[in-house]
Design a protein around this ligand. Sequence first.
Ligand code: GLU
Length: 552
Amino acid sequence: MSFEKLAKLIYPNMDKNPKYYFEKYPKRNLPEGAKVTRYAPSPTGFQHIGSVFSAIIDERLANQSGGVFYIRVEDTDQKREIKGAVEDTIETMHKFGLNFHEGMVSRYESKGDYGPYRQSEREEIYKTFVYDLIKKGLAYPCFCTAQELGELREKQIKEKITPGYYGQYAKCRNTSTEEAIKRIESGEEYIIRLKSPGHPEGKVEIHDLIKGIVAFPENIQDIVLIKGDGLPTYHLAHAVDDHLMGTTHVIRGEEWLSSAPIHVQLFQVLGFQVPKYAHTPTIMKIDGDSKRKLSKRKDLEAAVSYYHEMGYPVESVTEYLLNIINSDFEQWRVDNPHENSTNFKVELEKMSKSGALFDLVKLNDVSKEVIARMKAEVVYNNYIAWAKEYDNEMYSLVTSHEALSKAIFNIDKEGLNPRKDFAKWCEVREKIFYFFDELFNREEKEAIELPSKMNLEEAKRIVETYSKEYNFNSNKELWFEELKAIGLTLGYTANRKEFKANPENFNGMIADVAATIRTALTHRVNAPDLYTVMQIMGEAKVRGRFNKFLEE
Ligand code: GLU
């Protein structure tokens, strides 16, 4: 009886009970095996690439099983909240093609029958469950000050005993309800703790869908349920929400695994069915000789914004993350080059149990493949969208030469083995600048790359002769025969064997002649097929380039 009095004193206006909410949020009516997953960001303003990684898993599992993928904003730590962060998160998720079925489905619209989907708007719900626990003697007010708790911790550490608020150290656990009532009435401040039913010798097994069975000692800590500001802790809020919202699979970072015994206990105390847990591996990177966590402070690539700024297509990042999620994605992509990556089946059982290794080199490889598969038109559209934001000059050059730019993006695209020039849009400028006089003419002399073993004087001799004798309108085969013939008259050979046997008899190979012409036109030794480059440039530009080179 006195527990009830205590509960009423703490929440005098309580007019609901758990049953009310169980009825308000009934069990979802979904097909057998359908998974309900949630993306549960805290709006702290920083979007870690690990969040996208998690959200892809959530979204895939829900959609693959005909389930529900919803967003729930975990904003009970109001000190850490940044304005606009929720909207940013939603937009980022949309960019990655991750669309929520429930919650804030867009900047302007929230939907679903299990809301509100912001924890800060669910205070009443948490209080109802805490009221019920206090009433049953399963939770209690704790009046210990921060200083007292600090001292307790110090003492425990000094005496080498497990620190925390539990058992004999949980001072307020044994405060009588009468005394607690008195202290509250006299205006003392307090928080609400769980009266943990855990046993020091007890063991609990977590059946994690990624890690397998993990055994832990039972939780004995009287963890905080309601903080001094009246808001719930993550422990309480996620338990109440995941239960009422019908989450079947709690998929979250492995940093939460050690708290799982608390959560399992809390679900049991609350009388809820424990959901399935899957703790995803932390994203790691190689740093020197060791592996470490991808750090928000040290690593630019930890931020989702980095990929946007560099111009990685979202498909590339998604495919790369799918590679980390399930390593057989790579083979699937080889076998299904034209399928949408959403057709790949994500399975928790196939995930690596330990750290997921993040590697920008691999991302670049994946991204080159993704861009290589895009049609020139798509490359063009993606590129201008990026350049509009990050490279104004390229944006105006490319858009004012649309046909030329599309022809450039189409070089060697149609064949079986399309060129893999770009991993990210910020690389495009350096790879195509020479097609634009505005950029080419600005090049410093020092930037001109000559083929190895070629000096400027000899290069000019080649270009001078070639420019006089070549025919722009010859087809590719003939054009090459003509290049060869010009090379022979200049003392170059097409016969590698002959050249190897008597290098002193020749100035070099025909390939050196072609490389020199390429340099005159592009200032670079690496560029796509020379004939194609010349055809795209057009005769006037090609002749202009030859003349310019001879003047250098
Ligand atoms: N809000 C928690 C976080 O951002 C989510 C953990 C969870 O998914 O349960 O870490």
